[in-house]
Design a protein around this ligand. Structure first.
Ligand SMILES: [Zn+2]
Length: 331
């Protein structure tokens, strides 16, 4: 099953100038339905939101109450400016032109909550049918009392906690292959043996090159290790897949979980257009092999797998997602 959040979130409607192609979801859908031999032809494979939304109570299982409440009150504009990093140190705007906005940032916040609900729904579908891919989700930079890297809240941990609270799962793995380290997920689950995290990411660069203490002088939560971290330095692309395989072998030593979330970033792609991902340049073939390794590793073990889109920026970000889904759905 593929889940789709119709319309997506188009940041340009809010005056935000970040190069997430607003149509990458549509491009994936177009690729899957194109041609007479469409893999999706005739099959019941696509679903929209089912109304199971994330609410305050779900957010409060994961995030600090004062932080959550900012989003629901007059502090929402400033919250979104922080999370989307729209202000320079001198107070001027960065990648943000309020004059070009058609909608206020509070509408973006509301849409964001609905969007992150898809991650929970993806988990429910994976538990029912073994596999689900959500064309959204993967906000792995959401932390306890702040967000960064365009992640207001952490949808992955929020979904796991909701599934646990309703008794659907006890334990979970998170396999994160986005180019950026899954720092929020690692920090939010660091003390919880029920959640095992694996992150394969750029060895250097954001968020790992941020200061080692936060603004309040606390040890930086973005440096909290995952259960298994696999850093890949510039020029080590040929080592990527062997290291992923070894890491999965290590992960398999943990008790079998009830569900796995795969944070399937396309931003390690050599054609990604976000400047901060330039040090990791996997080919399309390597990305498709990456995803196949993970998919078959989980399928062999009959572990329900919930996949999330996460990063992937620019005109060709849709290609790895479409390639993986075409191959998987054709089986
Ligand atoms: Zn990323």
């Amino acid at each position: 099953m593929v889940l789709h959040y119709p319309g997506g979130i188009d940041l340009t409607e809010y005056g935000i100038e970040i190069p997430v192609a607003p149509d990458r979801t549509q491009q994936v859908l177009d690729a899957l339905t194109a041609g007479s031999d469409s893999v999706a032809d005739g099959a019941e494979w696509l679903s929209g939101p089912d109304g199971s939304t994330i609410g305050r109570v779900d957010l409060l299982r994961v995030h600090a109450p004062p932080y959550v409440e900012r989003g629901f009150g007059p502090g929402v504009d400033e919250l979104m400016i922080e999370v989307f990093e729209l202000r320079n140190d001198d107070g001027s705007y960065h990648r943000y032109n309020p004059g070009a906005a058609k909608k206020p940032l509070s509408v973006l916040f509301d849409g964001w909550i609905r969007w992150m609900s898809g991650t929970y729904q993806c988990g429910k579908e994976a538990l029912r049918n073994g596999f689900c891919f959500y064309l959204g989700g993967g906000a792995h930079h959401g932390h306890y009392d702040f967000g960064h890297g365009f992640c207001v809240f952490n949808d992955i941990v929020t979904a796991i906690r909701k599934l646990q609270a309703e008794g659907s799962v006890t334990s979970a793995w998170v396999i994160d292959v986005d180019a950026h380290k899954g720092d929020g997920t690692a920090a939010l689950t660091a003390d919880d043996p029920a959640v095992t995290t694996l992150s394969v990411h750029m060895a250097h660069g954001w968020p790992l090159d941020l200061p080692d203490h936060d603004r309040l002088g606390r040890p930086a939560p973005w440096l909290v290790p995952s259960t298994i971290d696999v850093p890949i330095a510039a020029g080590e692309e040929s080592e990527y897949l062997p290291r992923l395989r070894r890491a999965l072998t290590t992960l398999a030593e943990s008790p079998r979980p009830d569900i796995v979330y795969v944070v399937d970033g396309a931003d390690p792609y050599e054609h990604d257009e976000l400047p901060s991902t330039a040090s990791l340049r996997l080919s399309l073939q390597q990305l498709l092999e990456r995803d196949e390794i993970i998919h078959s590793f989980l399928a062999t073990r009959a572990i329900p797998q919930a996949w999330l889109m996460s990063g992937g920026y620019g005109r060709r970000a849709w290609e790895p997602f479409a390639g993986f889904l075409s191959a998987t759905m054709a089986k």
